[in-house]
Structure formats: C-alpha cells, structure tokens
Ligand binder design. Structure first.
Ligand SMILES: [Zn+2]
Length: 292
C-alpha cells in the first residue's frame, strides 16, 4: 500500500499533497517489465497523477494524464480516481538511455519534447481537457509548468523514483504544493527557498519517510494534515468490460473478428489477457440483441 497525505497551510493559502508510493511504482515495473529509466518516467507520472487526481472535487470523476513526447519511451498514460488509486503504461517499456553526466537516470531524454495532456472527466457532457508543452520531460517540472500555464495555479512539484541495481524500487514519492488565490508573498518566498535547499525526494523518503518529505518542503510553515489515506495500483479491468468494448464494434468489424477462432484482448494497464472463442462472441452478440 502507498500513503497519500493531503493538507493545507494553517493560514489557508496553500494546499499540500504528498505521496510515499514505492508499492505503486514496484507494481507498475513488475507488470510492465520496465527498464530503470522507463520505471522512473512511468513512476513519476503515476505518482503525480495520484496526487493530482486527489484534488478533484467529484467522487466519481476520472483523471488522466498523458505525455506524448518524441523520446524513445514514447507515450506515457496514467489514469487515477478521486481517491488517488492509479494505473498506467508506457509505450516502450524496454527503452533505455545511458545515465546522465551526474549519474542520474535520463528521464528527460527518454520522454523528449512534445505535448502533455490532462483530462478530468466527471461523467458529464464535456470532460475538462488541459494542454501544455513538455518543458523538460522530467515530469515534475512539466506538471508545475502545466498548472501555471494551463490552469494559472502557482504550483511546486517534486517527484522521485530510486531504482536499485537489481531493478527493485528503493524509494518513490513526491510532493505538490499549490498556492490558493490571495496567498501571502512571504509564503511563496519561503516555499521557494525550501525547495531550493531541500534534499531530493528519495533521500528524504529513505531518511525519514513521508513526514520528512513534507517537513523539509514546508520548513518554517505551519500546516494541518486533513487526511492520510492508503492508495494503490488498481486496474479494474474485467471480462464484462471487454465484452462491452467488443459489442461497441461496428457490424463489419464484429464479422471480421468472428472469422478468427479466438480473439484475445490484452489490458494495457495490467497485461491481463481475455480470450473469447468465436462461439462465445456469437452468443454474446445474440444476447445483446435479445436484450435490446
Ligand atoms: Zn487490467
């Protein structure tokens, strides 16, 4: 289980989200068999998505964040619910780049430049869609820049994933602090100063857990935690959902898959396979027609 903490500064001028998400990133790397760089890129996007989704106000809302960069790992897509449970995939999980000169994983190079997209769907008519340019491909900077440019919310975001030599996850987490309208300037200055001198997210998590992470970024600022919840990597796919997708195909496409002995659907988020025989597909369609 991963831990997600939400809070607010005592003067009410900034919201705080922090996540200790080692289990989420471990699960993702296990499912997708990612290289260390792809693990870090997907992991940071999952952690950011979980925190960003927890800012939504409607319990049935769905959050999606997508990076469409021109780097070797291709598209990264993550989806999360209102509680912060999250799932995701990366187009080329086996892509890997040499380490940077400072010995860090080259996530920015692996993601490249392009467009990032944020979608909040409350199930109503039009989902909210926000777009922003990918500025560094390092994910955290891109999320901060997205909020500033696309939603006009001054935002601080730090994310980190530490992959061990055996490819297991040593630490993973992040923090987002967002200024609310009429926030005091001195608070902005303090937050900026803290962020400049703070150790890395993974160092803080390894040394003192999520409390140390929040403590260092909010040093000298009073804040209240209003909830601390457990979140996880959740897919939620099922045979019934696959049936719905199959039935949504047009008549011609459906005839086409009936010609095959078997049709296999692979879930992109959890790699689960669902196999339908042509007899099952025929029965499925007949049933659907009867129940119309
Ligand atoms: Zn699935």
């Amino acid at each position: 289980m991963a831990t997600l903490i939400r809070g607010i500064t005592s003067d009410g001028s900034a919201r705080i989200m922090a996540i200790d998400g080692k289990d989420i990133v471990s699960r993702a790397s296990e499912i997708h068999n990612t290289t260390p760089t792809a693990t870090a890129a997907l992991g940071r996007t999952l952690l950011g998505s979980s925190m960003m989704a927890s800012l939504m106000s409607e319990p049935n809302a769905k959050f999606t964040m997508c990076f469409r960069g021109d780097g070797p790992i291709g598209t990264i897509l993550c989806s999360a619910d209102y509680f912060g449970n999250v799932k995701g995939y990366v187009q080329n999980p086996s892509a890997e780049l040499p380490l940077r000169a400072d010995n860090k994983l080259n996530v920015g190079g692996a993601v490249g430049r392009g467009i990032m997209q944020v979608i909040r769907d409350t199930g109503g008519k039009e989902p909210y869609i926000g777009l922003s340019n990918i500025v560094t491909g390092e994910i955290a900077e891109d999320i901060a820049s997205y909020y500033v440019n696309s939603e006009q919310i001054p935002t601080l975001c730090a994310l980190g994933v530490l992959v061990d030599v055996d490819y297991s996850i040593k630490a993973a987490g992040g923090i987002i602090v967002q200024l609310l309208p009429f926030a005091d300037e001195s608070l902005t200055e303090k937050l900026e100063k803290n962020a400049m001198k703070a150790r890395t997210v993974v160092d803080l998590l390894c040394d003192g857990g999520i409390e140390a992470l929040i403590g260092e970024f909010l040093d000298g600022i009073d804040y209240d935690v209003f909830d601390c919840t457990e979140v996880e990597y959740v897919c939620g796919c099922s045979r019934e959902r696959c049936e719905k997708v199959l039935l949504s195909l047009g008549e011609e496409d459906y005839e086409e898959i009936l010609k095959e002995k078997e049709t296999e659907i692979n879930c992109q988020f959890c790699e689960k396979k669902y196999v339908f025989s042509s007899d099952e597909l025929k029965a499925l369609r007949e049933n659907a027609k009867r129940n119309k």
